[in-house]
Write a protein that binds this ligand. Structure first.
Ligand SMILES: CC(C)(COP(=O)(O)OP(=O)(O)OC[C@H]1O[C@@H](n2cnc3c(N)ncnc32)[C@H](O)[C@@H]1OP(=O)(O)O)[C@@H](O)C(=O)NCCC(=O)NCCS
Length: 154
């Protein structure tokens, strides 16, 4: 399995994977324009030329970034793909010299295993909510906020 930056020809796979889980309420839906606009923030896990997992990293503030759109193809769930993707996102956060990475998630155990801890959503900065305005769950967000401190390199 290879983890690499996403390119334009991955966008169909990214869209399909997000849409599939969005239907189950596990991920926020994303439109093609939103994927194109943010393509540079996406990484993909590839096996035999097939995209089997995706994730993106959104910078929210000088010292804050968020893991978004993390998804693994149903056929490959439970094989370490999600873990590898989040580790890569952590590495990218570190390379960008950003010290805190957060996730809004239903997958508390998964993120705990990767070193994330729970944080009160009210403690998160206002900027965090800039995209929530488009979310159907705006006033009834039931996801758990989690964070990990990312050590600077060196
Ligand atoms: C959540 C998700 C990304 C996990 O990816 P994955 O490739 O199945 O996870 P991994 O195989 O890398 O698991 C890493 C560890 O977390 C554990 N884990 C994974 N999913 C778990 C879950 N739902 N509950 C508890 N533990 C879980 C694994 O057992 C494994 O533990 P180990 O390191 O002790 O062996 C994947 O299930 C998925 O795409 N779900 C649907 C979309 C979604 O919910 N995305 C998250 C949005 S924030």
């Amino acid at each position: 399995m290879l983890i690499r930056k996403a390119v334009m020809s991955d966008t169909e796979s990214i869209y399909q994977l997000i849409s599939e889980y969005a239907k189950e309420g596990k991920l926020l839906p994303r439109t093609y324009p939103s994927i194109y606009e943010n393509l540079q923030s996406f990484i993909v896990a590839v096996l035999d030329n097939e995209v089997i997992g995706i994730s993106s990293l959104t910078i929210l503030d000088r010292n804050l970034a968020e893991v978004r759109s993390l998804a693994v193809s149903p056929a490959y769930v439970g094989k370490g793909v999600g873990k590898a993707l989040v580790k890569q996102i952590i590495k990218e956060t570190e390379n960008l010299e950003i010290t805190k990475l957060i996730s809004l998630t239903y997958q508390v155990e998964f993120f705990s295993k990767l070193g994330f801890s729970r944080v009160d959503k009210n403690e998160l900065p206002q900027k965090m909510w800039k995209d929530c305005i488009n979310c159907p769950k705006l006033h009834s967000c039931d996801e758990t906020a989690m964070f990990i401190d990312v050590l600077p390199k060196g």
